[in-house]
Design a protein around this ligand. Structure first.
Ligand SMILES: [Zn+2]
Length: 296
């Protein structure tokens, strides 16, 4: 089995991106796994602190590990948006492959100091683990929002990205480049799309030379996603679109079989609904545009 780092290096060399999808129960895990297997592309599932608290930190790690081993398939697990070192250590000990250590709401210097300490502690515990840091403001909550936050002031600059990467020793970086968590109602309706600052992505990549993760990509214009990947994004996070598909699939299943009480007769429709969204996103992420310089 290839390591997650190798998978990222290959994605980088091929100018494609790895899809990352959040889960908080077995139905979505099944859907993500089946979609990735159908397309034969590596995949990452993520759980935020709330999501993994619901599933159980060790329990979700055991489920993902069992799929990886039984099917000999590159599915990896990320501890998404981990806000404390204690919670990061818990995930590392449970066997997570990757930790997003997110103290991005703190002032820059304090973010650098705490992220550096987290990298050192986590690598001492598990030398193979990847650690991601985050700078800038991309909002919070993979939900449906009434209004867009003002993200303009929190955009990442190439200079601070380089400093952050050099000083903290993170493996991957989550910058703010026009992306945001959650979707607006108009995005759910399909009448508006998120737009990305492609030149900023290119400039950050050229300066910081690191694997970059695009968070909050649900509802983003398809072509902007292609351009963002070509400009240097190696991983793309999708959560809200998955949650929306989950809810719509569940509503449809209940409406179609109002008297059914057997979970495994209702839930396959939810798996299908989520799987369609995941498959479409994975297909888009794995179509490379052009070669780009490898991470140094
Ligand atoms: Zn995120």
């Amino acid at each position: 089995m290839q390591t997650l780092r190798k998978i990222l290096e290959q994605a980088e060399a091929n100018a494609v991106a790895i899809g990352h999808f959040n889960i908080s129960e077995l139905v979505t895990l099944k859907a993500v796994f089946e979609a990735a297997r159908d397309l034969n592309v590596p995949v990452v599932v993520g759980t935020s602190e709330g999501e993994r608290q619901f599933m159980g930190v060790r329990q979700v790690a055991a489920m993902v590990k069992s799929l990886r081993e039984e099917y000999d398939f590159p599915i990896f697990l990320n501890a998404d948006h981990t806000h404390s070192l204690l919670s990061a250590i818990e995930a590392a000990k449970a066997g997570f492959d990757w930790i997003v250590f997110d103290v991005s709401t703190l002032p820059f210097e304090e973010n650098v100091r705490q992220t550096k300490a987290a990298v050192e502690t986590l690598k001492a515990l598990r030398p193979d683990i990847l650690v991601e840091g985050e700078i800038g403001d991309i909002g919070s909550g993979s939900e449906i929002h009434d209004a867009a936050p003002d993200l303009q002031k929190g955009l990442t600059t190439p200079g601070e990205a380089k400093r952050f990467v050099d000083e903290t020793g993170v493996d991957t970086l989550a910058p703010a480049v026009g992306n945001m968590h959650g979707m607006l109602k108009s995005m759910v309706a399909g009448s508006t799309k998120k737009r990305l600052d492609i030149e900023r992505i290119r400039a950050i990549k050229a300066k910081a030379r690191i694997f970059m993760t695009l968070h909050g990509a649900s509802g983003t214009d398809d072509n902007d996603l292609r351009e963002a990947i070509a400009a240097g994004m190696t991983v793309v996070h999708i959560n809200t679109e998955v949650r929306l598909a989950w809810r719509r699939g569940l509503d449809a299943a209940l409406a179609k079989q109002p008297d059914e009480i057997v979970p495994y007769k209702l839930l396959p429709q939810v798996v299908d609904s989520v799987k369609q969204v995941v498959a479409a996103r994975l297909a888009l992420f794995s179509t490379g545009r052009r070669a780009r310089p490898a991470v140094q």
